[in-house]
Write a protein that binds this ligand. Sequence first.
Ligand code: ADP
Ligand code: ASP
Ligand code: MG
Length: 412
Amino acid sequence: MALIVQKFGGTSVGTVERIQAVAEKIQTFRKQGHDIVVVVSAMSGETNRLVSMASEMQKHPKAEELDVLLSTGEQVTIALLSMALENLGCPARSYTGWQIAIRTDSYHNKARIQEIDTGSVRADLDAGRVVVVAGFQGVSESGRITTLGRGGSDTTAVALAAALDAQECQIYTDVDGVYTTDPRVVEGARRLDKITFEEMLEMASLGSKVLQIRSVEFAGKYNVTLRVLHSFQDGPGTLITLEEQSEMEQPVVSGIAFNRDEAKLTIKGVPDIPGVASRILGPVGRANIEVDMIVQNVAADQTTDFTFTVHRNDYQRALEVVAQTCKDLGAREYDGDNKIAKVSIVGVGMRSHAGVATQMFEALAAEGINIQIISTSEIKVSVVIQEKYLELAVRALHSTFELNQGTSVEQE
Ligand code: ADP
Ligand code: ASP
Ligand code: MG
């Protein structure tokens, strides 16, 4: 008899029939005596549809109004799921983010949860109801609707689990767990029984969208037991855990993440003097554009080439900023490329193994793939390559690091 928070993603609630199937699943947990809080996403495709309607209306819609629009997707699902539960004789009550209230800061489109009032949820649970909460949304201090960034329903679920001290937060989706890489790209990808928070955080921030980054951060910070499972197939799923495996059974590389959302900009022939990096990146930051990777190379003629990457959506704006900076600094020229991709290998096992990066570079060279930028941390190596080689690179690395089904240490 436990309190469980269950989150169902867009495809799992994509049709009326699927919502009915989700209701039946919840009902089986209720019959086992568990208290259930459910968090749902908008029906699949709905948030994208709303985004494109907004951009038809206005080139740059106000973030605040966009949130009012985007939050409607989840409101549809909570009502339909509550009806489906009532049909099964299972008392349920729906809540939008502001009704609960899920209080956030005022950064519209990417707000952060600050506090959750759990009073009404607890009262409903005590009255024997299933509580159905709209994911992805909250309310700012000034009473305006906010949203938490794409994929944000995961974070709503984990934050509710933390606030309610739930026994477990279960993320139900269209795959049966976290895989060594996106199973849509590599057929031989393998489901992991467990993955550490640290690795999951890297995987999520390097592009594996199976969990939103903030949800993993939250779960690590508040020690929430987090599991990823398939909505309609039984199985153990993947547990995100604090525990590291013993060195014996630990693979060097646990997973491969990739991201097609980046673009690269370069300013060439910049005078190599103190303050150049800040003069290039300062205006980028002031334009509210986030920078990911940065590389600087000094040439023999005392000038430097400076390259950095940004989100692809910010590419055109970043090019305009860089054009101006190029003039201001008297640099030789600038260029950009938005047909790049970032591929990363991730694993806590890298800490105790040398030569992992070299093995990665050799595998890419063997496929004739040129590396444009490299960045490393203790548990990851990332490279930027031409986008057209992305799938080839991911598959090559997946087999180099023996991640294919049946080749892992754990499976021996
Ligand atoms: P939901 O709508 O349920 O939130 P998402 O589309 O956000 O689902 O996340 C599930 C998808 O994440 C899967 O369909 C899969 O293609 C993708 N994915 C990317 N990387 C991984 C990975 N390492 N393991 C599992 N799924 C992954
Ligand atoms: N509906 C939102 C999105 O598509 C939030 C979510 O699904 O988690 O990004
Ligand atoms: Mg998601």
